[in-house]
Ligand binder design. Sequence first.
Ligand code: FES
Length: 87
Amino acid sequence: MIRIHVLQHSTLYPRIKIFMNNNKGPLAHKPDYLVCACMGVMHSEICDSIKMGARDINTLSQELMVGLGCSSCIQEIQKILDNMRDS
Ligand code: FES
């Protein structure tokens, strides 16, 4: 139950960001979603890090702290890496 308490705080910020992306800004026309709920990291943030040179999950974890909680997002992060590598 303590873990849920911690997650409640980390998930507030991404919800605000989703709301902002739906209204205006350069991401307004692009779908965005929460990939790492534990650390509140959005798909667009992971893509930005990959574009800036992150090539593996360890680097993304160091930069964004993705995957450092429950680790359930690791498979999705790997898919994003693979998709961006192929495109
Ligand atoms: S969703 Fe738990 S570490 Fe990413």
